[in-house]
Design a protein around this ligand. Structure first.
Ligand code: ADP
Ligand code: MG
Length: 236
């Protein structure tokens, strides 16, 4: 398996040079291979979201080196970063971040539209296929605001997969859902990982869901305190 992510000495401080400077990430080294299904756990405030935002190219590290899919990111221009992010990374957040007045189909098409500029029939087909896949065939023309939390998160997962990215970053994707719905949403990510070898990095506070991942990384005080493979996920 090839390396999809290589992090070396990633550090992040906020408010650098001021009296309230805080060092959130303190030299993180991590290699993630293609096809891994990894849980990221850690206490609140330990830097999980900060870390995911840096990997997702939504924020820059203060120090260290991040290589995504063989591409060193430090020297990329803003437009190159935007392009790499759009093609290589899908995002799922705790709050779905859908456009509530748009239909499920329009929301799933959004990354394709951003990439290609105007809607096409093939984009619609791609969105419909993904909505079929997440079990929302009958909801494709419903506005996001009229859907349940679990349905909205399924749409958000379909949207994250629209560009067929090698990497999906999910920041507490089930944190807002009841246990049964959370498990169903997790199933979808697991299934997509198995079928397409898409790499997932999932922040969760649920030990049960983390136990379904092939690897568990724990973050404490901005450092990796534990990193272990897990036998439970026998298929990888
Ligand atoms: P987690 O996701 O593990 O709960 P976060 O990454 O959100 O943790 O936050 C880690 C720490 O970084 C917290 O102390 C938080 O207050 C701080 N932090 C996060 N973002 C910013 C920011 N933009 N400016 C200043 N401090 C921040
Ligand atoms: Mg967080």
């Amino acid at each position: 398996m090839a390396d999809l992510l290589v992090l070396s000495g990633i550090s992040k401080s906020f408010n650098v040079g001021t009296s309230i400077e805080t060092e959130v990430l303190r030299g993180i080294d991590l290699v993630v291979r293609n096809g891994e299904f990894t849980a990221l756990m850690g206490p609140s405030g330990s830097g999980k979201s900060t870390w995911l935002n840096i990997i997702g190219l939504l924020d820059r590290a203060t120090a260290g080196c991040l290589v995504i899919d063989g591409q060193a990111t430090a020297s990329l221009s803003e437009s190159e970063v935007t392009k790499l992010r759009g093609h290589a990374i899908g995002f799922v957040f705790q709050y779905h971040h859908l456009i509530s007045a748009f239909t499920a189909r329009e929301n799933v098409m959004m990354p394709l539209l951003v990439d290609q500029g105007r809607p096409t029939a093939s984009m619609e087909r791609r969105a419909d296929d993904l909505l079929d896949w997440v079990g929302l065939s009958w909801w494709r023309n419903n506005r996001a605001m009229n859907m349940s939390g679990g349905q909205q998160q399924r749409v958000a997962i379909a949207r994250a997969l629209a560009m067929n990215p090698p990497l999906v970053l999910a920041d507490e994707p089930t944190g807002n859902l009841d246990t049964g719905t959370a498990s169903d949403v997790f199933d979808l990510m697991e299934r997509f990982n198995r079928e397409h070898r898409t790499t997932f990095l999932i922040v969760t506070h649920s030990h049960e869901l983390a136990g379904r991942c092939s690897r568990l990384v724990q973050l404490v005080d901005g450092r990796v305190s534990q990193d272990s493979p897990q036998a439970a996920h026998a298929s990888t």
